[in-house]
Write a protein of this length. Structure first.
Length: 658
């Protein structure tokens, strides 16, 4: 069954991430990581009223919806008003903080003038496959759904009225569930509860505690949990969850934007707060890795999928949210994830799962390796500011990894600049005689650009390498005195610095020769075409290859404005972009332009970029990958990179307004 592409809302804890539609439908259930395993095919909730057919809460022509979070929390509320029977349901969803339990509460109010006889139904289907077949069981008035490495038990204080584990589609529409079996080889199961008569103006509630277990899951453990779950005071647990998230938000509210009574600032603060509350759902706390977003495209019919972690994206996300107090995870990302995933040759592959396992890839991107080195220096500066002294321990602890990365970058640069030394004759003979290809020469393979569309030599990538070398030189300068008693290390550092200084000069000369239109005095994005690309800004921000006020850069920005700026104020990625028709402005592209304008002192234009981003957010405060606010059209709601670049931009614009 195809999934909805749009996750409108998210709840979770460090292990569980769940997404919902704007109608309150549970869409995706990731556990125990923010990526990799998703278990719910669908989870449909409905009621019958006075012997009607089922009225699905997430889909009925007579339903009117409103959705909001309990203020400053990750507790999601969806209001469903049915205009035909004139009743309202308040659905509340949240995940307990220290237990892997999803809480669901439904408060039903009769706004009619007649009695309403209400029965409540859940129809749940788990993802099942040949390699991980799912089944269902009814035990102790509860539904347990399970596979080889996962189970979920749906427990309520209410007594089960009926259930069906086989051929559910035959009866679910009428709500007349009937099944003799307590267990079945079925990934779909339905359960029903009789809520009885609700009088005019009266309310009734039904709540569920959904217990989850991974890997060592056993049916007996689930059964033993049922009495405990049935005793849960759900309202008390919601209060605990509310307190936790309010404190979390207060602890990470470092920019402290002041309200000024305008609708714009109210919207901006909503996005700001939602970013703080949302980012934990993307971060793997064991490794520090960040998933790009919760998945939207399981069948890959529009993209290569999103629920992975890219080394580049994670570094740039952390570079944005560093202002929100996530530096502990930032450090862990270097010391755990990056150390464990670096290839023997020194580079990082395209993308991974957040636990460090390699994900499906289709090439490598040299800028990802370069940005790791650049990012290490950015983290060093952040940590040093926090500590009030230079955090040389961080550099020493990660030096071997960074040197290995720079060695790979050095080979790549020497190859494209024709600095490469003559090949070893013995290895050349081996390759000739045995058709042997050493992976040490992967640097000769064409690199994809950061958009993963074009192979070749790219300005953004070369700028990232330039900055990696300059950052490595700075880090060497900081730690060389630590090795004053180690003459060999001192010599090694001096040799490396001299190499990188030479290579940075060579890179700049190469770019000026091969990536500049001499007639227009503008930069090109690569050596193969003349399309304008927002990533050209990377040569200035953040990689500082060129000054933002140089004529070459100003001319390029003028060309970007003529070709990539939309009449709505947002910016496209590049000319002739064919991804999803290429017609929608991107949040990160617009944020980069805003950062550029801020850096040259043009706050008017910077704020125009910010205005577009704010107006592109969803009603709940989530930012998409790309958006056309005029058409109310968005793609990939809740993109981590978009949220991080929004934070970086508002930090630059608001840091002096505290």
């Amino acid at each position: 069954m195809p999934k909805d592409y749009y996750n409108d809302a998210f709840i979770g804890n460090k292990n569980i991430t769940a997404s919902f539609s704007k109608y309150g439908e549970l869409l995706r259930l990731y556990y125990p990581l923010p990526d990799y395993r998703q278990y719910s095919e669908f989870f449909h909730v409905g009621v019958t009223v006075n012997n009607s057919n089922i009225i699905y809460l997430h889909k009925d022509v007579n339903n009117i919806y409103d959705q909001y979070y309990t203020e400053d929390t990750n507790i999601l509320n969806t209001i469903i008003e049915n205009t035909y029977f004139n009743f309202a349901i308040k659905q509340t969803d949240a995940v307990m903080i220290n237990k892997d339990i999803l809480l669901k509460k439904y408060e039903i109010k009769n706004n009619n003038k007649i009695n309403l006889d209400v029965k409540f139904f859940i129809d749940s289907k788990m993802i099942s496959s040949f390699n991980n077949m799912a089944g269902s069981m009814i035990a102790y008035d509860s539904l347990i759904q399970y596979s080889h490495n996962f189970l979920c038990a749906f427990v309520s204080k209410e007594k089960l009225m009926s259930h069906q584990l086989n051929n559910i589609e035959n009866n679910i529409t009428t709500g007349n569930l009937a099944d003799k079996d307590y267990i079945a080889m079925s990934s779909e199961a339905a359960i029903g509860y009789d809520l009885g008569t609700i009088k005019p103006g009266e309310k009734k509630e039904i709540s569920f505690a959904c217990f989850m277990k991974y890997d060592s899951a056993s049916i007996n453990e689930a059964k033993s949990k049922i009495p405990e779950l049935r005793k849960l005071d759900v309202d008390k647990e919601f209060s605990k969850i509310e307190s936790y998230w309010k404190k979390f938000l207060a602890d990470h509210d470092t920019i402290k934007i002041k309200r000024d009574g305008t609708e714009f600032t109210d919207k901006l603060i909503k996005i700001y707060k939602r970013t703080i509350l949302y980012m934990p759902f993307l971060i793997n706390e064991d490794t520090g890795a960040i998933s790009a977003s919760l998945e939207v495209d399981e069948d890959r019919d529009k993209s290569g999928r999103y629920s992975y972690t890219w080394p580049r994206d994670s570094i740039l996300i952390y570079d944005g949210i560093q202002y929100l107090g996530f530096e502990d995870m930032y450090r862990k990302y270097f010391e755990v994830f990056l150390k464990n995933t670096q290839a023997k040759e020194g580079f990082w592959e395209q993308r991974f799962y957040t636990d460090g396992r390699l994900a499906p890839c289709w090439g490598y991107q040299i800028d990802e390796t370069a940005i790791v080195v650049w990012g290490a220096y950015q983290y060093f500066k952040l940590s040093s500011r926090k500590k009030g002294r230079n955090d040389l321990k961080f550099i020493r602890d990660n030096l071997k990894m960074l040197e290995k990365a720079c060695t790979f970058l050095e080979k790549y640069v020497k190859y494209i600049l024709n600095y490469e030394e003559k090949e070893d004759k013995v290895r050349a003979e081996l390759e000739k005689d045995y058709n042997y290809k050493d992976r040490d020469e992967i640097y000769k393979h064409p690199s994809y650009d950061l958009w993963e569309n074009t192979e070749g030599i790219h300005l953004y990538s070369l700028s990232a390498i330039y900055s990696a070398f300059t950052c490595m030189i700075e880090m060497y300068n900081l730690i060389k005195d630590s090795y004053k008693d180690n003459r060999l290390k001192q010599e090694s550092i001096n040799t490396a610095k001299n190499k990188y200084e030479k290579l940075t000069r060579g890179l700049k000369e190469y770019i000026l020769t091969n990536m500049v239109d001499k007639d227009k005095n503008i930069l090109y994005r690569n050596t193969n075409d003349k399309n304008m690309d927002i990533s050209i800004l990377g040569a200035t921000i953040p990689f500082k290859l060129f000054s933002p006020n140089e004529k070459l850069v100003r001319n390029t920005v003028e060309q970007i404005n003529m070709t990539l700026r939309t009449f709505l104020g947002g910016y496209l990625r590049y000319q002739n972009d064919n991804y999803l028709d290429g017609l929608n402005p991107w949040i990160i592209a617009t944020a980069w332009m805003g950062m550029y304008y801020k850096q040259i002192g043009n706050e008017v234009e910077a704020n125009k970029c910010l205005k577009f981003i704010v107006n592109s957010a969803t009603p709940l405060g989530f930012l998409p990958e790309q958006a056309n606010s005029e058409l109310n059209q968005r793609w990939v709601i809740g993109l981590g990179w978009s949220h991080a670049m929004f934070i970086k931009l508002i930090y630059e614009l608001y840091k002096n307004k505290k």
